[in-house]
Write a protein that binds this ligand. Structure first.
Ligand code: PLP
Length: 218
C-alpha cells in the first residue's frame, strides 16, 4: 500500500499546481483510499452510487467526492447527499432531475456537463453544440444546480493527434460555455494514459485511477 502514497506524491509533483487531481478510486478498497488520504489527497472519483456512499461513510468528512460514472436516475437520491461534484451530467433530463432533487434536500449541487467528442459510441455526453444549447435553455430555470464546467474523455487510441484534437474540442466547448457562464471554468479531462496531453490542452482537473491504485479488477 506504500505504493499508493508514493504515486500520489509523485503525481502531485508532476502536475501543475492549478490543476486539481481527482484520484479515481472506483473498485478499489477503502484501505487504498485511506492510504491516499494519508498522503494528503482529498478529492476522489467514484462511478457507482452504492460504492460511493459506502466509502463516504467510511472516510473522514473532509473527503471530497466526485461522481464520474453514468448516473442511474433511481440512484440520484443516494448520491446527492454525499457527492460534492457530479461530473457526468450527460442529459437534459438528468440535469433537471438533479436540480429538483437538490432543491428538495436543500442543497446546491455542483456539476459538470459531460461533452462527447471521442470516436467511441459507447461513451456518453452531449455533443458540443447540444451542450451549449441545453445549457443556455436550462440555465435560467435551474435553482439548485451550479454548473462549474465541462468533463470529457479522449478517444481510447495511441494516435496522439487524435487525442490532442479531442482535448482541444473539449477545451473549445468550455470556452463557449464560459460565454454563457463566466464562472464555469473547470475543464476535467485526462486520465492515467493521457493526462500530460490534457494539461497541455487546458485541463484544470485530471481524473487518475490506475496510475495511483493499480489495475482494477473489472
Ligand atoms: C475510470 C475513469 C477514469 C480513470 O481512468 P484511469 O485510466 O484508471 O486513470 C477517469 N475518468 C472516468 C470517467 C473514468 O470512468
Amino acid at each position: 500500500m506504500q505504493e499508493v502514497s508514493h504515486k500520489i506524491t509523485e503525481l502531485r509533483a508532476a502536475i501543475t499546481n492549478h490543476v486539481t487531481l481527482v484520484a479515481v478510486s472506483k473498485f478499489h478498497p477503502v484501505e487504498a483510499i485511506q492510504e491516499a488520504y494519508s498522503a494528503g489527497q482529498r478529492v476522489f472519483g467514484e462511478s457507482r452510487a452504492d460504492e460511493l456512499v459506502a466509502k463516504a461513510h467510511a472516510m473522514p468528512t473532509d473527503t471530497v467526492w466526485h461522481f464520474i460514472g453514468h448516473v442511474q436516475t433511481n440512484k440520484l437520491r443516494k448520491i446527492i447527499p454525499h457527492t460534492d461534484v457530479i461530473e457526468s451530467v450527460d442529459s437534459e433530463r438528468l440535469l433537471r432531475l438533479i436540480d429538483s432533487e437538490a432543491e428538495r434536500v436543500g442543497k446546491c449541487q455542483r456539476i459538470l456537463l459531460q461533452v462527447h467528442v471521442a470516436a467511441e459510441e459507447t461513451k456518453t455526453g452531449f455533443a458540443p453544440d447540444e451542450l451549449i444549447e441545453v445549457a443556455s435553455r436550462c440555465l435560467p430555470e435551474l435553482k439548485s444546480v451550479k454548473v462549474e464546467g465541462v468533463m470529457g474523455m479522449a478517444t481510447n487510441t495511441d494516435d496522439e493527434t487524435r487525442i490532442r484534437s479531442d482535448f482541444n474540442a473539449i477545451a473549445a466547448t468550455s470556452r463557449r460555455l464560459q460565454e454563457l457562464i463566466p464562472e464555469a471554468t473547470v475543464v476535467s479531462m485526462g486520465m492515467s494514459g493521457d493526462w500530460p496531453l490534457a494539461v497541455e490542452c487546458g485541463a484544470t482537473m485530471v481524473r487518475i485511477g490506475s496510475m495511483i491504485f493499480g489495475q482494477r479488477s473489472y
